[in-house]
Design a protein around this ligand. Structure first.
Ligand code: ATP
Ligand code: LTN
Length: 329
């Protein structure tokens, strides 16, 4: 079984796009590989300055990952900052990557340009070294990522190759894999843009924790078009196509099976809303149960943390030995 690592930053609230586009696949894929899911809070530090926020976001995201169905006895769910080996290996990675290589990272260029006038931390620049540590610590064979992260996987490979060349075979070379395509969920108010936590208004976003009445209202107000025909045409009828995609994904069927069943937008919106409510209601209930039972939540998280720590400690030890650092006295 391949060792697979995916990581998610604890920033913003999880929404239906994240769920149908990514988390559903994490859950269904947990039996197909030896999967590790890191909540990478140290990465979020590169752009987070407010005290006492990150910890809450981390525990909320952990509760959500368990609520959607990740089983800690199958998938290893861990918190990056709880495994000190990440920070330790990151330093070694920083000494194995060059200033020039880091300067070529498009994510750094984009993010630092957006923060013009704001504080740009050195961490934002060395971010890929920490990401390389995340990946190499777990001997990951595969890292499912979108296009925007490919460059970071490439630089991780380059770092691993350089380290192995300098100090002897130590790290497994990871490869980026395309995650199984999930549904692409668009904003209900602006169906030409993807549903995203960085959207300017909340009215087109279905959050995992929205109450049923809120979900119902958001679907009722979803933007469609004025020609009144139910057909699947992403380009010319993006609002209707989005509703059909969401309904298909939420009720585990196909758009082809659905499209002939509707002649009006009203019933389509109602059924899409109902299907999403049926999907999210039990997840929200489980989420709140876990958030109200912090002992149980900590227990679930510690299962993954313990397993991750064991693997990470061995790999860091291997790296120290390869470099030839003085063994601990
Ligand atoms: P941002 O808008 O700030 O980039 P986001 O809401 O798009 O945030 P990410 O944290 O970038 O979320 O993505 C987490 C995962 O969810 C990724 O695998 C991404 O592909 C997926 N995802 C995010 N939005 C959608 C969407 N609207 N439809 C399908 N998948 C999505
Ligand atoms: N940079 C990634 C998050 C991330 C990651 C990782 C992804 C941090 N460490 C390790 C895969 C493997 C992002 O911004 N989505």
């Amino acid at each position: 079984m391949p060792r697979v690592l995916s990581c998610i930053q604890p920033t913003g609230s999880v929404h239906l796009g994240n769920y149908l586009g990514a988390l559903v696949n994490w859950v269904s894929g947990q039996h197909d590989g030896d999967v590790y899911h890191g909540i990478v809070d140290l990465h979020a530090l590169t752009v987070t300055e407010t005290p006492h926020v990150l910890g809450n976001q981390t525990i909320e995201l952990a509760a959500m990952l368990f609520a959607v169905g990740l089983d800690p006895n199958v998938a290893t769910v861990f918190v990056q900052s709880h495994i000190h080996e990440h920070s330790e290996l990151a330093w070694i990675m920083e000494c194995t990557v060059s200033y020039g290589e880091l300067s070529r990272m498009t994510q750094f260029k984009d993010k630092s340009a957006k923060r013009e006038g704001d504080f740009i931390s050195a961490g934002l620049f060395t971010y890929p070294a920490l990401q390389a540590a995340d990946i190499l610590l777990y001997d990951a064979d595969e890292v499912p990522v979108g296009e925007d992260q490919r460059q970071h996987i490439e630089i991780t490979r380059d770092i691993a190759i350089r380290f192995n060349h300098r100090f002897g075979d130590t790290f497994v070379l990871p490869k980026a894999v395309h995650p199984k395509a999930g549904a692409r969920v668009m904003d209900l108010q602006d169906p030409t843009s993807k549903m995203s936590k960085s959207a300017t208004t909340d009215s087109g976003i279905i959050y995992m924790l929205d109450e049923n009445s809120v979900i119902e209202k958001k679907f009722k107000r979803a933007v469609t078009d004025s020609d009144g025909v139910v057909a699947y045409d992403r380009e010319n009828k993006p609002g209707v196509a989005n509703l059909l995609d969401i309904l298909a994904a939420a009720s585990h069927t196909t758009v082809e099976n659905l499209v002939d069943q509707y002649s009006q937008y009203g019933p389509l919106k109602k059924d899409a809303g109902d299907a999403v409510i049926a999907l999210l209601d039990p997840i929200r209930t489980r989420y709140h149960e876990l958030m109200n039972d912090r002992g149980e939540l900590a227990r679930l998280l510690s299962i993954g943390n313990d397993r991750a720590r064991e693997v990470a400690a061995q790999t860091l030890g291997r790296a120290h030995n390869a470099i030839g650092l003085l063994p601990r006295i």
